[in-house]
Design a protein around this ligand. Structure first.
Ligand code: C5P
Ligand code: ZN
Length: 456
């Protein structure tokens, strides 16, 4: 991509740089790639994290004293709020609609270099992440930065880009090849349930979902019996519980064979696929999806700096992140429980929704919405509301099967939010918005009209 070369020129020419990043796992990975790229060039840099590209972020970008602002995994949806020279955006969110393709070359060539897969006919929700785009620019700065590719794999997994095809596809595949070639990632085929590195093997099977394994999912006793029948010990000789990654190849093979026998061919294709090992890391960081969760556990709780610290190898960061992860797990479990116990989910014509008020943090309500979809509510988008400082935070999630029928939540959130005086954007499968607190019903009406039109 020529745009990557132009981005690299910007980086090379900068005196000092302000890196502006999203707070999720992809954003933190992207920030780490940008920071390491700059450190290797000996450039002075500072990093700021933002939950969304709102007025605060735009204000900080526009008033930053640095000669370059490098915005990663953010910004594309809000380009017109950037009013300064010396900006590089490496993002994969759907670009702002009225930002005409080519405008960067015409009106504001000096202002913004915009590197985004959507401008080149790629799908930013599956083929490359924000960390991936940032990595391509980093590699264009110096081919030796190929050793940062593993961070882009973690970013892509953090944005669930490996889920649709049970492995990474598109430009992510090329990035994966770099990560493997530089020893940052090893590809491991097998079941893709969450927790290969940290979950005891019984829970690894028990908490499987999307799709569920008949006779095992949700039934811990059955999982223990299953393991016993296969002659797989649940504990190591020192009494500690074994995870999937502790198993011998032969044990993993036996379990895989027995799982296959329980699954339809279609479901087997979803359960089995590629996993990405991150070799030489502490437990909890040895699997790309779990590494991404560790980063999310920091970023979604105002501690993205610790996530960045892990990626930069700062001492103490891993321990701090593990505390964040324990809190994140409690929070998510509590939030799911809260929604279910209180029967909050309502069904309208074409969407399901819930309003958690102030009971769920606005930064994790989207994760909860996604988990409720995984519980089997695949036929309608899930729209979640949470109280936030600027009004109501909205998170929308949908199954990819709806996207293949024409649903685009990024458009839905953007248009419905604008209709009620708010802001929104994101991806076709996962998007968000902020709207005035009293506009929920009108917003939902608009959401339904647009979803209906898309799914006709
Ligand atoms: O917060 P949540 O995880 O639901 O966000 C989903 C996606 O929507 C993110 O990629 C985020 O950048 C985007 N979003 C947005 N504008 C908002 C809120 C979220 O573009 N106001
Ligand atoms: Zn992203």
């Amino acid at each position: 991509m020529d745009a990557c070369a132009r981005g690299a020129e910007r980086v090379a020419a900068a005196d000092d740089v302000f890196v502006v990043a999203h707070i999720d796992a992809d954003g933190i990975s992207a920030a780490a790639i940008a920071a390491l790229t700059l450190d290797r060039l000996g450039k002075k840099r500072r990093v700021g994290f933002y939950p969304k590209f709102d007025g605060d972020a735009a204000g900080d970008v526009n008033s930053s004293p640095e000669s370059l602002v490098w915005i990663v995994d953010l910004g594309s949806g809000y380009l017109s709020s950037i009013k300064r020279d010396g900006v590089l955006v490496t993002d994969h969110h759907v670009p702002e609609r009225n930002w005409r393709k080519g405008q960067t070359q015409l009106d504001s060539f000096n202002a913004v270099v915009h590197v985004n897969p959507h401008e080149f006919g790629f799908d930013g929700s599956t083929e490359i992440s924000g960390a991936g785009v940032t990595y391509l620019v980093s590699r264009a700065v110096d081919p030796a930065n190929a050793d940062l590719a593993y961070l882009a794999v973690i970013g892509a997994c953090g944005d669930l880009q490996d889920s649709k095809d049970s492995g990474l596809v598109g430009i992510n595949r090329e990035i994966l090849n770099d990560a493997v070639a530089t020893g940052g990632i090893e590809v491991a085929r097998g079941p893709r349930f969450f927790g290969r590195d940290t979950r005891p093997i019984r829970q690894f099977l028990q908490y499987s979902s999307d799709p569920a394994v008949p006779g095992l999912s949700g039934d811990g006793v059955a999982c223990s019996r299953f393991l016993e029948e296969l002659g797989v010990e649940e504990r190591n000789s020192d009494g500690s519980r074994r995870s999937w990654k502790d198993l011998s190849p032969d044990e993993a093979e036996r379990i895989s064979g027995a799982l296959l026998a329980l699954l339809s061919a279609d479901d087997a294709g979803k359960v089995f696929g590629e996993n990405y090992d991150v070799p030489g890391r502490a437990r909890g960081m040895g699997d790309a999806k779990e590494f991404a969760t560790l980063l999310n556990s920091c970023g979604r709780y105002d501690d993205a700096e610790t996530g960045l610290g892990i990626c930069l190898g700062e001492p103490g960061a891993v321990e701090a992140a593990k505390e964040n992860r324990a809190a994140h797990r409690r929070n998510i479990a509590g939030a799911l429980d809260y929604v279910k116990k209180n029967g909050l989910v309502r069904t309208r014509r074409v969407v399901r929704y819930f309003d958690s008020g102030d009971a769920i943090r606005d930064t994790v309500v989207g994760i909860v919405a996604g988990m409720l979809l995984n519980d089997g509510n695949w036929d309608m988008p899930m729209i979640a509301f949470a109280d936030s400082d600027g009004g109501k935070k909205v998170s929308a999630r949908a199954d990819r099967s709806l996207v293949s029928k024409g649903l685009d939540l990024s458009f839905v959130m953007n248009a419905a939010a604008n209709h009620v005086g708010g802001d929104g954007g994101g991806h076709a499968v996962a998007a968000g918005a902020t709207i005035p607190a009293d506009a929920v019903e009108r917003f939902l009406d608009a959401v339904e009209d647009i979803v209906l039109a898309q799914l006709i």
